[in-house]
Design a protein around this ligand. Structure first.
Ligand code: FRU
Length: 531
């Protein structure tokens, strides 16, 4: 880049650059240049006066180098950027008032879809759609966090930044044990990320590899590896989910293209052949095999898109053949959930992580990840269906402090009085209705459970229990500072929502409905994952 008046140059000797952000300022282009490296351009609302909040860029890899910043907004704003070994607000990090306490959130900025979920060498990787420069969607990068137990997460530096092919949209990651891509060796197999480039000319698919356990990635110099925009006459060709299909000894990609999910295959992750297409899905494809009721000789394949509505069917490595229409198993704030690749065979679980479309009032970050869940196929009264329950690793966070049975609603409400101001809480309860009308549980007027037996609806969505004449409903309820997740009757249905922040009034928890019985009620305290 040629220098202009107003550009600033900083010799990097600290870990972070801190940027002041104002929601009132228009987004303007900022370009970072370092000699010998590609430029990075982002759109940012840099504050020239006082900031609403601060964001940062981790520049530790640039130590000793000179970084030039060009901004086509106000010069006064540029002057507020400073480098430091701490991010602005470091002293209250993870202790901010509306920071979720048992869900992963990023330190600063916006997050949406989980990407590249892969287990490798003792670590669960969570890459994700991330705007490091604002708490709204823009400038898609891949952020990164790792965990050894799916519960405690450590945020690591961003791994993929926008480049001349576009911003980095959703995708997946695999471990290439056979080194089919020749990016590594069999001794040090590459972790390969397969993702979408979003560009005004259309969306294409790119790949990048890591030889250091996902800490840094090198983009493939011949990107993009798929460009199907013209074929589909569509800008919407995105979100590759790749996995190894052992019977054919090849890679399979499920890619959303315009009106559904396509299947591609490859021997080396670089050259892909189109195979088939299933209509009726939008964004963020998934495809995986699960045993029915745990029987490995009786399996079905599950295909879903970003909404989580799924089809069951069979897959032969080239074509997915649905056996019926779509079903749902979860609703609410969840979107774009993805499942882990490379879970060891001895474990064998299908572990899912979903984006929670939840905001945190007044916070310099936005969005979160819901509790990781294990997906299973179970024979239900309606046939085989997907069920979802929090993974067993989450149990370490919850400690049972009360357990009652056979209470009247009034008794239960009195017993819960002590907990209504709790920051975080888990409740497990079985309600028994004595009228086929509606009943439920609310917290400061917010309906956590609203079960309308007459309309056969649970929080507005059709739900009928396994025993068709049952008057009972069991709910496992996870309440964090800004979110509520509810798992019904062992996970046959689940939903999530924002937690309302107004905690006034004297109502607290309230079981309501015509003469209902609270057959059981358990209360658990919750540990924070941020130590
Ligand atoms: C889904 C989605 C994806 C896309 C990404 C962009 O939420 O729209 O289809 O890759 O988000 O951030």
């Amino acid at each position: 880049m040629n220098l202009h008046a107003g550009d600033i140059s900083i010799k990097i000797d600290k870990r972070y650059l801190n940027f002041p952000i104002s929601g009132q300022t228009e987004r303007k282009q900022m370009t970072f240049s370092v000699k010998g490296l590609p430029d990075l351009t982002v759109n940012i609302r840099l504050a020239s006066g006082s900031a609403d909040y601060w964001v940062f860029r981790d520049v530790s890899e640039l130590k000793g180098k000179t970084l030039t910043i060009r901004y086509n907004g106000e010069d006064a704003a540029l002057k507020q950027i400073y480098q430091s070994d701490e991010i602005a607000g470091q002293d209250s990090l993870y202790r901010e008032q509306n920071r979720p306490q048992f869900h992963y959130t990023t330190r600063r900025g916006w997050v949406n879809d989980p990407n590249g979920l892969v287990y490798y060498d003792g670590e669960y990787h969570l890459f994700y759609q991330h705007n490091p420069y604002e708490r709204e969607w823009e400038n898609m990068h891949w952020g990164h966090a790792v965990s050894r137990d799916l519960v405690h997460w450590q945020e690591l530096p961003v791994v993929l930044c926008p480049d001349e092919h576009g911003t980095i949209f959703s995708g997946s990651a695999v471990i290439d044990y056979e080194n089919t891509s020749s990016f590594g060796s069999k001794k040090n197999p590459p972790m390969v990320a397969i993702y979408t480039y979003s560009h005004p000319d259309g969306q294409t698919q790119g790949i990048a590899y890591s030889l250091d356990k996902g800490r840094t990635f090198t983009k493939y110099e011949k990107n993009p590896v798929i460009n199907s925009t013209r074929k589909w006459n569509s800008h919407d060709t995105r979100d590759p989910k790749v996995f190894w299909y052992d019977p054919n000894k090849e890679w399979v990609m499920v890619l959303n293209e315009r009106n559904g999910h396509s299947i591609y295959t490859s021997e080396n992750l670089k050259e892909w052949t189109y195979r088939s297409h299933v209509t009726g899905f939008w964004e963020c494809p998934e495809l995986f095999e699960l045993p029915v009721d745990g029987d490995p000789n009786n399996t079905k394949w599950v295909m879903y898109g970003a909404s989580g509505t799924y089809m069951l069917g069979q897959f032969d490595g080239r074509t997915f053949t649905p056996e019926a229409g779509k079903y749902y198993y979860t609703k609410g704030s969840i979107y774009a959930a993805q499942t882990y690749n490379n879970i060891p065979e001895a474990d064998g679980r299908r572990i899912q992580l979903g984006w929670g479309r939840i905001s945190h009032q007044g916070m310099p970050f936005n969005g979160m990840y819901l509790l990781p869940t294990e997906l299973k196929l179970k024979t239900t009264k309606d046939g085989v269906r997907l069920i979802s329950m929090p993974v067993k690793e989450t149990e370490q966070l919850f400690h049972q402090v009360e357990k009652w049975s056979d209470l009247t609603a009034d008794d239960a409400n009195r017993k819960l009085e002590a907990f209504s101001q709790s920051d975080c809480l888990r409740l497990r309860t079985t309600l028994k209705l004595t009228y086929a009308t509606d009943a439920g549980l609310s917290l400061f007027g917010q309906r956590i459970i609203e079960y309308d037996m007459n309309g056969t609806q649970l929080n507005g969505v059709f739900y009928s229990p396994q025993d068709p004449t049952s008057m009972e409903l069991t709910a496992d309820i996870y309440i964090d500072r800004t979110s509520i997740e509810v798992f019904i009757d062992g996970g046959v249905y689940s939903y999530s929502m924002d937690r309302r922040t107004d905690r006034n009034g004297n109502e607290g928890f309230r079981f309501w409905g015509n003469q209902i019985e609270v057959k059981s009620l358990e209360v658990f305290t919750v540990d924070s994952i941020w130590k």
